[in-house]
Ligand binder design. Structure first.
Ligand code: NI
Length: 387
């Protein structure tokens, strides 16, 4: 059985929802219009419960199955937020909001989950309940954490969670996932370097923070190449180096380095932070200055539970005749917070030959809708077959 027939019928309608959301992108927790649209549709489908305002602008809809022998509840999650960037697709339904764009396909994720909700509320061919989770602020706001911290898992008795992301470059109709670690932990750092400013012609009276910054930047590169176990994976990227003002003859007093660290194992993550502090402090001390590292852990690694990942692979195989093994990706995803709270799996659905995620010409591929919606509803019908 490939895609469910019902989604061939609903394809045009779900596409309309997707394009409507695309035209009206909202960033971070400001998903007011999108959340209201989602809640209104869930109520119209006949969901048994629709709760708004979870994790600020998150929405949860509950659909009860035909039978309920064991109070099983599975969560299906979609993200709703857009990115703060300018769209350059030239689409007739392009963003009407200056500086906001659905460049990661969350419009598609939301529409596909709404499609599954419509189908599941019509058929209810399962045993237990499904929790439809629509989260804000996936892009740098940890909306998933906000919903978990708001007590969503306990409140609705959610036992397992499944999430999906579109993947440019993967053919439409294909899926990809892997067991265990899939996406990296995301950390941000700031190194404040303090020297002693003064006249550029009298360097002996100064402690040059620019020189310290360049040495620190260079030495940070040795952490991945010399400290991380070569069979493990890590990235240390300095992305910003601010020093001095726009003049030729002043040595500044301070400099600032910023960047990001990506790791999979918590031990490596800890070690990288320790080494960064040692490197920054040691080099600054060598030059007679001071360095302070501020290290913020933003999002943990996304780790698929074995049982649920194997099950998701079976479902993908039912729909598309197979499932690709996804490569490890150093990007991050805040669904990791839901996977820390409950076992589950995160899967990629093919977006075909589109522009890359976060590119101003990116667009979600509506041809992927029947596959995504079929996967989500099939997870429910197969994991909790009606008694
Ligand atoms: Ni995304």
């Amino acid at each position: 059985m490939p895609v469910k027939n019902r989604f061939a019928e609903l394809h045009a309608e779900i596409t309309e929802w997707r394009r409507d959301i695309h035209t009206h992108p909202e960033v971070l927790y400001e998903t007011h219009r999108t959340s209201a649209l989602v809640a209104e549709k869930l109520r119209a489908f006949g969901c048994d419960e629709v709760v708004t305002g979870i994790g600020r602008t998150g929405v949860v809809g509950i659909i009860k199955g035909k039978t309920n022998t064991g109070n099983k509840v599975i969560g299906l999650r979609a993200d709703m937020d857009a990115l703060p960037m300018q769209e350059q697709t030239g689409l007739e339904y392009a963003s009407q909001t200056d500086g906001a764009m659905h460049a990661c396909g969350h419009d598609g994720h939301t529409a596909m989950l709404l499609g599954a909700a419509k189908y599941l509320s019509e058929t209810r061919n399962f045993d237990g309940s499904v929790a439809l989770i629509f989260q804000p602020a996936e892009e740098g706001g940890n909306g998933a954490l906000a919903m978990v911290e708001d007590g969503m898992m306990d409140r609705f008795g959610i036992q397992e969670v499944y999430g999906m992301h579109n993947e440019p470059g993967l053919a439409v109709g294909e899926f990809a996932l892997r067991k265990g670690p899939l996406l990296a932990a995301v950390d941000f750092f700031t190194i404040e370097i303090e020297g002693k400013g003064g006249h550029a012609a009298m360097p002996q009276q100064t402690v040059d923070p620019t020189l310290m910054g360049t040495q620190i930047h260079t030495a940070l590169q040795s952490i991945v190449s010399r400290n991380v176990n070569p069979v493990d994976r890590a990235v240390v990227s300095v992305t910003s180096f601010q020093t001095g003002s726009d003049v030729f003859n002043v040595i500044p007093h301070t400099a600032t380095l910023k960047g990001t660290v990506r790791t999979f194992s918590p031990d490596t993550q800890d070690m990288v932070e320790v080494r960064m502090r040692e490197v920054a402090n040691g080099i600054a001390a060598t030059f007679g200055g001071k360095a302070t590292l501020e290290y913020n852990r933003i999002t943990p690694a996304t780790i698929n539970a074995d049982t649920q990942a194997e099950f998701a692979e079976d479902v993908a195989t039912v729909i598309s005749g197979g499932c690709n093994e996804a490569p490890l990706v150093m990007g991050g995803e805040d669904f990791s917070y839901m996977l820390q709270a409950r076992p589950g799996a995160f899967i990629f659905v093919g977006n075909g030959d589109s522009a890359a995620l976060h590119h101003p010409e990116y667009n979600f591929n509506d041809e992927a809708i029947p596959f995504g919606s079929s996967f989500l509803s099939e997870v429910i019908e197969r994991r909790m077959p009606a008694a």
